[in-house]
Structures are given as structure tokens and as C-alpha cells.
Design a protein around this ligand. Structure first.
Ligand code: AMP
Ligand code: MG
Length: 518
């Protein structure tokens, strides 16, 4: 396995001069060198061959001992120096100070087919940023990150990728419910990949410390390597950079709203500067359509990161990034204008996204009210978001709307009286609206099915794979991985996954309720 290495990050950004791997405050540095931990009995459980090919690694090479040792941290690839990154963040609305890669270790940078990738291990042991935690990850959360990041990629949602999922062979102690009952779980390591793992918090930390020299160094690196279209560093280009980050962040969140993904922990340390979905923790997929839903039990009181609040939280996070950039830009007006534009663009882009979900090609003024009415009726009784929108593409002027989407209702017998009337009324309006469309039904259906996935990683599906894996059966990981490679395609032999959440999963830990304990 010969990798095409590149070292822009290490060569161009300042390193921590302290080489000790002890929890501490790290200043004047973007990263600290650290070696991954040796593990008891590493075993590769799954490899994303698509991702491996992107990195120039052949299928045969992924089965080697060398691959296993490198991507579980048991061997350091020749001439590379693993490191953990220093960042800060606002967590749940409060400034949290230095955080950093507490359980992520960057291995190296690969340049293959004109694409530059950073590869990191999640769960490979302590770093100077581990604070009082162990730097490890459990199989449960690693399966969730592995499957979901690749699923998101195939859904067309910007995301960090995953290369491999491995067992470490070590046991890891976790208190899943934070109720004083810790238990041992299988330790695991995900090798994940992205053009950059930089977060808003990487910039915030230097601004908070008034370290403008390093803030500018990092900013210039970011522009040069990730936003080359913006041009050479200047106040104008920093403003343009912020505008692009703002637009990318909004586009990302509109994608989340489209597919029903709830990130769960949109802290600024989990916001990618490239607008990628990053840090798959207590995320969840909407089952019944509900703006107020969050999977994260840690956020159950305030529901700060609930489905319907994600767009505003993206904006809140961008305010923090704007504050961090202000000392360099020294002009609040353009930053404010960009933040205001986010709100305007959100209305426009989210309306356009909903039009696409409904199969409306023409733009009509009343579309907004049609969409708002739908969002209200969808929440009258529990209605499965994925199934509803997928079935909608089969509705034509001659089909009875309510019958067509019946499978989406969790309690079909509750669709009576006023609820039924509201649904019928909505379908009347929808039918009338479809009449004014010019595309044929097959054309409309094709477009709708390309934005309304048939298969997503439902919370209970990931949990089934986890339960089986904890018993030593890893086959479901592969089955789901394969299924989710084609989320928009009909896969008749896999129709069982086009189904509502089963009753047992409604209030089960790991399905609808997740903590940050991972
Ligand atoms: P998260 O919200 O999961 O992205 O994590 C927030 C911060 O806690 C980051 O700095 C993580 O690196 C750190 N962290 C989370 N879990 C662990 C762990 N098991 N060991 C060390 N650091 C951790
Ligand atoms: Mg994080």
C-alpha cells in the first residue's frame, strides 16, 4: 500500500512544541503531535471500497495486515507524523474554551487524482485535548458514524466520509444513560476522511486568545487550500470567505431538512468550515415529521438542536464565526449583511427545496401556503416523513391522495373527522396545483424520487446492526451499507427497510433517544 502523501497542513501551520501527551492548554499552535494507542486485538470489520479507491488503495490492499495496522493506529505509516488539532467551541450556546481533538488523531494527508484528503482515526486514544476522558470510542457509536457518513454521501448531502470500521479489541467503559451504571463495551475505531476537518472552533480559539497572528495564518491556509477561487488574502477576500462559508452552511442545513436528518449537537466545534456534516454523535432521522424533535437526550429540556431549529442554529453559529473573524476584517457591516442574507436565502432555498419534494417545477406565489399547510397537517398525527414524501410521487390527478399515502401514518385509524377533512382539503389543493404543472407524471415522479429518498438510516436500523454486532454478527452492517449506497433507487428485494419504525423502537435507548456518551 503506497500512499501519495502530501504535507500542506503540517508544513504550513504551526505545531505545538510540547510533545508530551498529557491534557493541557495548548497555545500558539494549530495541532499537537501524538501517536495513536496500541490496541489489544485489532480487527477490520468493514471497508468502504469507494472511499479506498478515492485514496488510491486497492480492494486487495484493504485486506492486508498493513492496512489493518495503519487504520487502527497500531502502526504509523512511514514518514508521517500523526497529530491532534486544537480548537475551541460554543457548546449549547455557551463558550466552552479549548476543546480540540480529544479522541481523533489525524494520520496523514493524501493527494490522489487531484483531490486532497485528510485521514483521521476516531477513537485511537488520548491526546493533549482529551481532558479527563479516554480518547476512545465504542462500537455502537462507531457503527453509527460509519454507516451514516457513507449514507449521507450517497444521499448527496455534504459530509465527512468513512474509510473503515474496526474493532480495537479493547473494552471501553461507558455510562450510556449517565445514571451511574457504567458498563464495558467493545472499543472501535473509525478511519474517517475529509478534505479538511477544520471547524468554526479552530478560528474561534485564536480570536478568543487575541492571537491574531495565528488566526491569520490559519485563515490564509484555509483560503489557499480550500477556497482557491477567492484569491489572495485581503480584507475583501476574508469577507468573501465568510460569505462562502455562510452559503455552504445554509446549503448543508437545507439538505438536512430535505432528508430529515437531525444532527443533535450543532456546537461550533462540530461545524465544518467546508459545510460538511461532521461528528456523528447523537444524531437521528425523523420518523414522524415533527419540527420539535431531537434525538439527543442531553438536549431534551431546551431542545436547542431540534429539527425545526437547525437553520437558526446554523445562523447562530455563523455569528460566532463572524465574531472570530472580526478582529481581522475590522468591519462589522459586511459581516452583518452576510448574516442577514442567510435569513433571506434560507426562506428562498427552503421553499425551493420543498417545491422539489412536492414535484412542483413552476413557481407560484401560493406555494408557500401550500407547503406550510402540509407541514401543519403532517404534524396532526404521527406521519412518517420518508414514506410520505416517497409515496407522494405516485399521486396523480386520478388518485385519491389520502389513500396513496396511507402507509405513512403511524395510527391510520386516527385519520378521521377534522384531521381527515384537513388532509382531504390539502390534497384537493395539491391536486389543483399539479394540474397547472406542465411535466408529465413520469417526468415529475423521476424528479421527486431523486430528492425524496426511499431508504435512510432509520434509528432502529442502526440499532439492529449494533445489537447484532455486539453479539459478534457483523452481517447487518454490510447489508445496510449496501442498501444505503442507493437511497433513491427502488430495491424491491430490500423493501422491508421501506417501513415505519416498529413499535418496539419508539422509546428505546439508541433508537429515538441517544446521549453524547460515545
Ligand atoms: P463532541 O460533542 O462529541 O463532538 O465532543 C466534544 C468534545 O469532547 C471534543 O473536543 C471531543 O474531542 C471531546 N470528547 C468526546 N468524547 C471523548 C472521549 N471519549 N475522549 C476524549 N475526548 C472526548
Ligand atoms: Mg466534536
Amino acid at each position: 500500500m503506497k500512499l501519495q502523501l502530501k504535507n500542506t497542513f503540517l508544513n504550513e501551520l504551526p505545531a505545538d512544541t510540547n510533545l508530551e501527551n498529557t491534557p493541557r492548554k495548548v497555545e500558539n499552535a494549530v495541532y499537537s503531535f501524538v501517536t495513536p494507542k496500541q490496541t489489544a486485538n485489532p480487527k477490520v470489520l468493514h471497508v468502504s471500497q469507494e472511499m479506498a479507491l478515492e485514496l488510491g488503495i486497492s480492494e486487495e490492499e484493504t485486506t492486508s495486515e498493513f492496512f489493518k495496522n495503519i487504520f487502527t493506529g497500531n502502526e504509523v505509516y512511514p514518514a508521517t507524523k500523526p497529530f491532534a488539532m486544537c480548537y475551541a467551541g460554543h457548546q449549547f450556546g455557551n463558550w466552552a474554551g479549548q476543546l480540540g481533538d480529544g479522541r481523533a488523531i489525524n494520520l496523514f494527508e493524501i493527494e490522489h487524482q487531484n483531490k486532497n484528503w485528510k485521514v483521521q482515526l476516531k477513537g485511537a486514544g488520548e491526546t493533549p485535548y482529551s481532558r479527563n476522558a479516554d480518547g476512545l470510542a465504542v462500537l455502537r457509536s462507531s457503527i453509527r458514524e460509519y454507516l451514516c457518513s457513507e449514507a449521507m454521501f450517497h444521499l448527496g448531502v455534504p459530509t465527512t466520509r468513512a474509510l473503515s470500521l474496526s474493532l480495537s479489541g479493547d473494552q471501553v467503559l461507558r455510562d450510556v444513560l449517565y445514571d451511574g451504571n457504567p458498563a464495558y463495551e467493545k472499543g472501535a475505531i473509525v478511519a474517517r476522511v475529509a478534505p479538511a476537518f477544520l471547524r468554526f472552533g479552530n478560528y474561534e480559539i485564536f480570536a478568543a486568545r487575541k492571537d491574531l497572528i495565528n488566526l491569520q495564518i490559519l485563515l490564509d491556509y484555509t483560503l489557499k487550500h480550500h477556497f482557491p477561487q477567492i484569491g489572495s488574502p485581503s480584507k475583501e477576500s476574508y469577507i468573501q470567505f465568510f460569505k462562502t462559508v455562510s452559503e455552504n452552511t445554509l446549503d448543508l442545513i437545507v439538505h438536512w431538512q430535505r432528508v430529515g436528518f437531525v444532527h443533535g449537537v450543532m456546537n461550533t466545534d462540530n461545524m465544518s468550515i467546508l459545510g460538511l456534516t461532521i461528528d456523528y454523535g447523537p444524531y437521528g432521522w425523523l420518523e414522524d415529521f415533527e419540527f420539535g424533535w431531537t434525538p439527543n437526550t442531553t438536549d431534551r429540556q431546551k431542545k436547542r438542536y431540534r429539527f425545526g431549529n437547525q437553520p437558526s442554529m446554523g445562523l447562530w453559529n455563523l455569528y460566532q464565526l463572524a465574531n472570530a473573524l472580526y478582529p481581522i476584517i475590522e468591519d462589522a457591516k459586511p459581516l452583518e449583511a452576510i448574516l442577514n442574507q442567510y435569513k433571506i436565502d434560507f426562506e428562498r432555498k427552503s421553499l425551493q427545496m420543498m417545491r422539489s419534494k412536492l414535484g412542483l417545477q413552476l413557481v407560484e406565489e401560493n406555494d408557500l401556503s401550500l407547503i406550510q399547510d402540509l407541514e401543519e397537517v403532517l404534524q396532526l398525527t404521527p406521519t412518517d416523513m420518508t414514506i410520505f414524501f416517497r409515496l407522494l410521487s405516485d399521486i396523480t390527478a386520478d388518485t385519491e391522495g389520502l389513500k396513496g399515502v396511507k402507509k405513512a401514518f403511524y395510527n391510520p385509524k386516527d385519520i378521521t373527522g377534522a384531521t381527515k377533512r384537513r388532509w382531504n382539503h390539502w390534497f384537493e389543493k395539491y391536486h389543483a396545483r399539479l394540474q397547472r404543472e406542465t411535466r408529465s407524471h413520469p417526468q415529475r415522479k423521476e424528479k421527486m424520487d431523486a430528492v425524496n429518498p426511499k431508504y435512510v438510516l432509520r434509528n432502529y436500523m442502526a440499532q439492529l446492526a449494533i445489537d447484532a454486532a455486539n453479539k459478534g454478527d457483523y452481517s447487518l452492517i454490510n447489508e445496510l451499507f449496501e442498501l444505503l449506497k442507493k437511497p433513491y433507487s427502488e430495491q424491491p428485494e430490500k423493501e422491508k427497510w421501506f417501513a415505519k419504525r416498529p413499535d418496539w423502537a419508539k422509546n428505546k435507548i439508541g433508537c429515538s433517544m441517544l446521549s453524547c456518551s460515545s
